[in-house]
Ligand binder design. Structure first.
Ligand code: UD1
Length: 340
């Protein structure tokens, strides 16, 4: 059985990826110090898969602790590195926290990759690396513009660090996955997104306002030059995102010649407006949302969505779930959390 080390295994995308990897026959090890996640998420993964999962509650910024994991876990076949801070507004408020955490952890995990002979590495990047792109949909060749937040810049730096590192480690293969807007929850409603503090992403805000945890939902801007005036994003079901990591790891582990570093967009390929997302939620949940159209939010990109031809053809992956399935699974998860 091939053994994959997953950093950030208790986080939102990490936990769904553990499930998918196990379902596709991999052995998994998690590293997560619960800075922004809950240990309980792993119980959910164990419940879904029936497998016990080992987690190292280690801060990846601590080299000695990282080295100890690799000394203990022999024969790691691949690494998927999710662990990072990901809130855009928090990164604006606390830039050094983001630069330190997201970059020092990547330095250590790359160092361990080389030192302990791991050959396959998948990195969580983000569509925020494109900044305000000049062309839509964005392809992997679309030039990266100014990153709008320290979070986005930490991902640009991460990509660059990996390219520089790969240039002197031709024996290690890297895949960078640029996520668009992952939403929704596992179909069992046993695991899902657990916002740290108050949510600032659209879908948890929608579900929390529907259930009454938040009073009102504001659509940030109704006068953009889009089909209904609200911003356009590319929402992608978290289970589809998770499966792309399994495809990436299988691709890296096969013997065919491949690029030292390859980058893929991970979205649905469809642009959806905020108002369309709200409508989809109302339709599948049978609830009416209390929302108003308000001011634009600082730093918002007007529209961004992905061209996903490359990931489809090379990684043999494609999204399976549409916006209504995304909203329904997010709603089922929110209702399930309310019973706890
Ligand atoms: C941003 C980042 C993304 C990152 C994600 C994680 C960019 C382009 N994208 O996504 O890379 O992974 O944060 O946090 O920087 N909205 C409302 N009302 C609300 C909340 C959101 O109208 O109360 C709108 C926003 O204006 C936006 C859309 O909903 O148009 C999605 O927002 P959000 O979920 O916060 O994600 P992004 O900002 O797109």
């Amino acid at each position: 059985m091939q053994k994959i080390l997953v950093t950030g295994g208790c986080g939102y995308i990490g936990s769904h990826t553990l499930v998918d990897l196990i379902e596709h026959g991999f052995e998994v090890i998690s590293v997560d110090n619960h800075l922004r996640s809950r240990a309980k998420q792993l119980d959910g993964v164990e419940k879904i898969t029936g497998k016990k999962i080992k987690n190292y509650a280690v801060d990846l910024c601590n080299w000695d602790a990282v080295e100890n994991i690799f000394k203990e876990e022999k024969n790691i076949d691949g690494i998927i590195h999710f662990a990072a801070l990901k809130s855009v507004p928090e990164s604006v408020a606390e830039p050094l926290l983001y630069y330190h955490n997201n970059i020092a952890s990547l330095v250590n995990i790359l160092k361990a990759t080389a030192q302990f002979g791991v050959k396959e590495f998948v990195f969580s990047s983000s569509c925020s690396v494109y900044g305000n792109a000049d062309e839509l949909p964005v392809t992997e060749a679309t030039p990266l513009k100014y990153a709008e937040s320290p979070y986005g810049f930490s991902k640009q730096i991460g990509e660059r660090m990996i390219k520089d590192f790969a240039a002197v480690h031709a024996d290690i293969n890297f895949i960078l996955l640029r996520y668009f807007n992952p939403v929704g929850a596992h179909e069992s409603a046993i695991i899902g997104e657990v916002p740290y503090d108050r949510p600032n992403n659209l879908v948890p805000i929608i579900t929390q306002s529907a259930i009454g945890k938040m009073q009102q939902l504001t659509v940030f801007g109704g006068d953009y030059d889009t089909r209904d005036g609200s911003c356009v994003r590319d929402y992608i079901h978290v289970s589809d995102v998770a499966h792309a990591h399994t495809c990436a790891m299988k691709y890296l582990l096969n013997d065919a010649p491949k690029k030292n570093v390859d980058v893929f967009n991970l979205g649905s390929g469809n642009g959806v407006t905020v108002l369309e997302a709200i409508n989809a939620f109302e339709k599948v949940s049978g609830t009416k949302l209390n929302y108003k159209v308000g001011e634009r939010r600082d730093g918002d990109v007007i529209a961004v969505y992905a061209n996903i031809d490359k990931v489809k053809s090379i990684l043999q992956w494609q999204p399976q779930r549409n916006i209504e399935q995304m909203m329904l699974s997010a709603w089922n998860w929110e209702k399930q959390m309310a019973t706890k």
